[in-house]
Design a protein around this ligand. Structure first.
Ligand code: UDP
Ligand code: MG
Length: 333
């Protein structure tokens, strides 16, 4: 039985593109043996996209429409798409026809034995200064910071195994970091060049300002990766260092004052010493608060601090960990 495919598409004011998009995907999918569904998430469109999608869903049983009450953003739309899809493999793409549905069979082929196939818009058809250049720089930074080297984090055309996205929660602009987050927990990723077209209908929803948000999200992701289970290790060392230096400075000034009777009230060093001590204490307290939050975060959600791939036990054989199912199987025995 070939794997079932869910194609997840965020839609925000794309009414002119939708008919062509639907036809193109249908043509491709009808040519394959895989069972499929197309999950379209309407992100609060105001141009009649939703009406068109609902009509489509009436006609075609492959269509699933999820509609938001208002515009929540592309990342939220994708998260909803994951939530409401059922396929073994999830393929995400844009609704504006910039990604090409004819790449889908290749993505399905490539994901065999892998966890993520990430599209690379090698011949990207977007304005250079406002989009391609910032994205070039952003991709370089993201690759360096996350340690997962991809040419094109921003390409929506990607294929994921369901297990991979199931355990990742998305916030902000974070859908682009799924490959990085997944690879930290051991997912195997391949990158493939995909086709890209200029936008023919509607307008782009983004400008250069997104780059800033992406960089901030990158800091968050990176911090969570390294320190989410041990924030005191992030804040503690600089805190101790600052506190120590500040203390030594103050000690020296006290010595000058008490033993030699020197005036210290007008010395810049005094300011520095006091500042460093305060900052040091603050950093350590911040780390301790972080530790408390980390406990609340992990314990309230029963979130493990590790990721299991498989469990072996003689009586039940090998259990692949889709965690909930594995849990059930282990308990039932
Ligand atoms: N999109 C969305 N919600 C938003 C903004 C965008 O669902 O708030 C969708 C949009 O309809 C498209 C995809 O996300 O399918 C990518 O958006 P766009 O083409 O504007 O981005 P670009 O290709 O210019 O980076
Ligand atoms: Mg686009």
């Amino acid at each position: 039985m070939p794997e079932s495919i869910s194609i997840v598409i965020p839609v925000y004011n794309e009414v002119e593109s939708l008919p062509r998009l639907y036809e193109a995907i249908k043509d491709v999918m009808e040519g394959l043996d895989n069972p499929y569904e197309i999950v379209l998430v309407d992100d609060g469109s105001r141009d009649g996209s939703l009406k068109y999608l609902e009509e489509l869903a009436e006609r075609d049983s492959h269509i699933v429409v999820v509609s938001f009450r208002r515009n929540f953003g592309q990342t939220a739309a994708m998260a909803a798409g994951f939530e409401y899809s059922k396929g073994d493999v999830i393929i995400t793409m844009d609704a504006d026809l910039q990604n090409d549905p004819t790449d889908i069979p290749m993505m399905i082929e490539m994901i065999k034995g892998k966890d993520i196939v990430s599209g690379w818009r090698k011949n990207r058809k977007d304005p250079f200064l406002s989009r391609k250049l910032p994205s070039l720089i952003a991709n370089w930074i993201i690759s360096k910071v996350t340690g997962v080297s991809l040419h094109d984090y921003g390409c929506t055309l990607k294929a994921y195994r369901r297990e991979v996205v199931e355990n990742i929660k998305l916030y902000g602009e974070m859908h682009r970091f799924i490959p990085a987050i997944a690879s930290w927990v051991g997912a195997e990723i391949v990158e493939v060049p995909t086709k890209h077209h200029p936008r023919r209908f509607g307008t782009s929803k983004y400008g250069i300002s997104r780059t800033v948000r992406v960089v901030l999200d990158l800091i968050t992701v990176r911090f969570l990766q390294s320190f989410s289970t041990r924030p005191i290790h992030a804040f503690g060392p600089p805190g101790l260092l600052m506190g120590f230096v500040g203390f030594m400075i103050s000690l020296y000034l006290s010595y000058e004052k008490i033993i030699h009777g020197v005036q210290i009230g007008n010395r810049p060093l005094l300011l520095l010493g006091v500042l460093l001590m305060i900052l040091g204490v603050q950093a350590i307290v911040m780390g301790l608060l972080g530790e408390m939050l980390a406990r609340i975060y992990h314990e309230s959600q029963d979130k493990p601090i590790f990721v299991v791939k498989k469990v072996f036990r003689q009586d039940i054989g090998e259990v692949l960990t889709n965690i909930t199912e594995a849990d059930k199987k282990l308990r039932d025995k």
